[in-house]
Write a protein that binds this ligand. Structure first.
Ligand code: 6PG
Length: 234
């Protein structure tokens, strides 16, 4: 059984401060232990205030490498690009933000393979993976579709892969590159930040359903060995 702890806040601003503080602590500990930190940060809209708070933390940012948990296969700079949003917050601080999809391409599988090759050069496991969850229960870009089982239970050494969601999510209806479940659940610290009662219900149900959940978040979290912190605000 996965050990889950919920952290509830009054609002998104309070959650942002708390999650930024936790991520800062993880980064400091990794730098102290190893001289460097490698973290994966989610895309979407929810984490933007978290990143704004985290970016003003006094940290040795040059020692921090950031990858997105997932990226939409769009050109860098596109409004849908997760890494573009993350880079806006952390590049000016001197962090290394890795654009895992440097070019838009029609071949999402090839984009996934080159992201995986880039990821292989990082120090593994990740010091932290901060996930978001969609209203449909997806996390990172692990979606039902032709790549679903590969994302959930592909080869252990596969860190990232190309994913074609089916159906395409309306908020960003494009192919993706995502960390694999294996890349996510082997992180030293695993956190989720989410808002809204509907998402909370989806996550709670998915956790109860475990490996048989129809929601990716349920399957990703089933039988995870490390404790998972879920930060939530209404
Ligand atoms: C993506 C994300 C994704 C995100 C959720 C929640 O690119 O789609 O990284 O996993 O975390 O969709 O997104 P919101 O925070 O915008 O609701």
């Amino acid at each position: 059984m996965t050990e889950i702890e919920w952290w509830d806040y009054d609002d998104a601003a309070e959650m942002a401060g708390a999650v930024a503080g936790d991520v800062q602590f993880v980064i400091e500990s990794a730098i102290e232990a190893r001289g460097a930190a490698v973290i994966a940060l989610s895309g979407g809209k929810t984490p933007v205030p978290i990143y704004d708070k985290l970016a003003v933390a006094k940290l040795d940012w040059k020692r921090v490498t950031i990858v997105p948990t997932d990226e939409r296969v769009v050109p860098l700079g596109d409004a849908m690009s997760n890494v573009t949003m993350i880079a806006k917050a952390f590049l000016p601080k001197g962090a290394r933000v890795m654009p895992v999809v440097p070019n838009a391409t029609a071949d999402y599988k090839a984009a996934g393979r080159s992201a995986d090759a880039l990821m292989q050069d990082l120090h593994w496991p990740l010091d932290l993976c901060l996930l978001g969850v969609g209203g449909d229960g997806h996390t990172a870009s692990i979606f039902p579709g032709p790549d679903y089982e590969e994302a959930l239970s592909g080869p252990r050494e596969r860190r990232a892969l190309g994913v074609m969601p089916d159906p395409l999510p309306p908020e960003a209806p494009v192919a993706r590159v995502s960390l694999s479940r294996q890349g996510i659940v082997t992180a030293r610290a695993l956190m989720i930040a989410c808002t809204g009662t509907d998402k909370r219900r989806v996550i709670e149900r998915a956790i109860e359903q475990g490996p048989s959940s129809p929601h990716p978040i349920g399957r990703v979290l089933a039988d995870v060995e490390l404790p998972v912190d879920i930060h939530w605000a209404p």
